[in-house]
Every structure is written in structure tokens, then in C-alpha cells.
Ligand binder design. Structure first.
Ligand code: CU
Length: 105
């Protein structure tokens, strides 16, 4: 099966060499894309990249997905996502003002 055709959806999911799903998320005026679709049971990571100097976006966190990360300006920050459970999981900036969502199916 060709992973690149398999995932589809509104985000650009790329399969890397080990078969993991990788999604780049641009952090500027919020998250882009703000909804990420992942395939259940396939290892996944989000790669956040912050372009906006605002402190508001300098952290990203999700209690539902169990991560809290600092996002240094202009750097890739990888977050591994457990895809064992299907569902919709929110993430947000440190002040809970900007929101994004991971959909696992
Ligand atoms: Cu904020």
C-alpha cells in the first residue's frame, strides 16, 4: 500500500522511511493546519515550527495527548503522537487561546 495516497485528508502527511506519519505545522497566527488527520495504529509525529515572536505561541500543549513543549522561534520541534486510540484530541498554546485538533481514525 502506498502511504502517500492512503492518508489523504486536509493535511500534508508524509510517510518517512520508517513508515511514520509526519505532519508539519506552521505556528504563526495560530496553527496551520489547525486540524491534523492521522491513521490509527501508525506511528506519528507532529513537527511544529514557530514563526511568530509572540510569547503566546511559545508553548504548545495537550492534556489529551499528553505533551507540553516549548517552541523556540524558527526551529522544528517534534512531538510524537500515540495513535492507538481513535478520536479527536485538542492541543493549544500555553495560554489556551489558539487551538488545534488531531483526528485519529
Ligand atoms: Cu497563547
Amino acid at each position: 500500500m502506498n502511504f502517500k495516497n492512503f492518508f489523504g485528508g486536509q493535511n500534508k502527511v508524509q510517510a518517512d522511511n520508517d513508515g511514520a506519519q509526519t505532519v508539519q505545522i506552521k505556528v504563526d497566527h495560530g496553527y496551520e493546519p489547525d486540524t491534523v488527520s492521522l491513521k490509527k495504529g501508525v506511528p506519528a509525529k507532529l513537527v511544529f515550527h514557530r514563526l511568530n515572536e509572540s510569547d503566546c505561541l511559545a508553548k504548545v500543549q495537550s492534556s489529551e495527548l499528553g505533551f507540553k513543549k516549548k517552541l523556540p522561534l524558527n526551529r522544528d520541534v517534534e512531538v510524537s503522537i500515540n495513535t492507538d486510540q481513535s478520536g479527536e484530541f485538542d492541543f493549544a498554546c500555553g495560554m489556551n487561546m489558539f487551538h488545534g485538533k488531531v483526528v485519529i481514525r
